[in-house]
Write a protein that binds this ligand. Structure first.
Ligand SMILES: *Cc1c(COP(=O)(O)O)cnc(C)c1O
Length: 401
């Protein structure tokens, strides 16, 4: 059964087609149209000869669930195809992908550079846990390319950044990042979760590894946790080897849900791009809204670079209201369609209030210093009718006044 040659198809077929078919053979078990879920922890050999052909002659054969599973292999091939990567490993969560990748690249005595506008748990891992193993970490201010250049030492292994970032959707200039990394001969890692391979393709800018929390847009239904790392085979092999020890493997059934989610991923993101831009423009037109952050709004600080390196602004809109914390609560409590909850990228519209959730335990002054005001909201636009979403937000704004 020949697998579809992803890299050839990529040249001719649209991402919408590849999201449905890439990575799979045309004929499947029992002529099923969908991907079989190989729900097993282990695999069997038919004879001693069969074992030896696998161990000594490199015959393709699955051995044990932590070392690989056919359903996971298909997800890996499909994700690699969409991202334009040579290879991919899938994980049980985005954080499992990030921590396993980082650990596979460093040893005691190494140094890494990460930008301050990164996922809270990624920063915590780099700042606190890596230190225990003798890996030093310099955190540089996002967008300060000179500081980034200066932060690199002889023992620096890689630069890690997110783009777009959370919650302000800052955009990293990937060309500048690559130039700095090349000058010092260090690797570049981009957490591209907010961008997704629909809107941003870091590997085409020469970035070495892309990380994805597939929990978000790729899965797309707020019903699974999954992660992936994508890049050159030689690097991904190294990560896959450690993955076998770290063991953050994705369950076969979860993999099926991921594959099913990916089928509609381009459709959903296209819709979310359009809806989020509309919502952003709506909010920007309201006098009760102090500021809107959306990379494809001309008012965004990184509009020019976003337009240059992204093909869509994504589904997240961040905004600040005029008023107080009490008024923010009134706004939140008046919403009926948007659910209050963390995460993003799913079909349901979600809204979070960072001051009340992720930063609830910070002293107010400190939180304000981090740019998390009393009236800041992050809206993760779903695929409901955009007019319904806008009506809901309007009701919220009316409740404040
Ligand atoms: C959610 C998220 C993660 C973590 O992914 P999980 O799947 O929740 O482990 C990492 N980076 C970004 C940018 C995220 O949004």
């Amino acid at each position: 059964m020949a697998l579809v040659d992803a890299r050839n198809k990529q040249k001719v077929q649209s991402i919408c087609t590849r999201a449905i078919h890439a990575g799979e053979s045309r004929t499947k078990y029992a002529d099923s149209i969908t991907t079989p879920i190989v729900q097993t922890a282990t695999f069997t050999f038919s004879s001693s000869k069969d074992i030896e052909e696998y161990t000594r002659k490199g015959k393709e054969h699955f051995e044990y669930g932590r070392y690989g599973n056919p359903t996971a292999t298909i997800a890996e091939k499909r994700l690699a195809d969409l991202e334009g990567a040579e290879d991919c490993v899938v994980f049980s969560s985005g954080m499992s992908a990030i921590t396993t990748t980082i650990l596979s690249l460093v040893k005691s005595g190494d140094h890494i550079v990460i930008t301050d506008d990164s996922y809270k748990k990624t920063l915590e891992f780099c700042r606190s846990y890596l230190k225990r193993f003798g890996v030093e970490c310099t955190i540089v201010s996002f967008g300060d390319y000179r500081a980034l250049d200066n932060a690199i030492q002889k023992n620096t292994r890689f630069i890690f950044s997110e783009s777009p970032t959370n919650p302000y959707l800052n955009i990293f200039d990937l060309k500048k990042l690559k130039k700095i990394a090349q000058k010092h001969n260090v690797l570049t890692l981009i957490d591209g979760t907010f961008g997704t391979p629909m809107n941003q393709r870091p590997l085409e800018f020469g970035i070495d590894l892309v990380l994805q929390s597939a929990t978000k847009y790729l899965g797309g239904h707020n019903d699974i946790l999954a992660g992936a790392v994508l890049g050159r085979k030689e690097l991904v092999d190294q990560i896959r080897a450690l993955h076998k020890s770290m063991g953050g493997v994705i369950d076969p059934h979860c993999c099926y849900l991921l594959l099913r989610g990916i089928k509609t991923f381009p459709l959903r993101v296209q819709r979310q791009n359009e809806s989020a831009l509309k919502v952003a423009k709506f909010l920007e037109s309201k006098s009760s809204v102090k500021k809107v952050y959306y990379p494809f709004l001309e008012s965004h600080a990184h509009y020019a670079i976003a337009k240059e390196q992204m093909s869509g602004g994504g589904g997240v809109v961040t905004f600040e209201l005029h008023g107080s914390l009490e008024e923010s609560k009134k706004f939140l409590d008046a919403l009926e369609l948007c659910f209050i909850g963390p995460s993003l990228g799913g079909v349901e519209t979600l809204i979070t209030h960072p001051a009340l959730v992720s930063y609830y335990d910070y002293p107010r002054e400190e939180r304000l210093k981090l740019g998390i005001s009393d009236t800041l909201f992050r809206l993760a636009v779903g695929i409901e009718d955009v007019d319904d979403i806008i009506r809901d937000l309007q009701n919220g704004l009316d409740a404040v006044q």
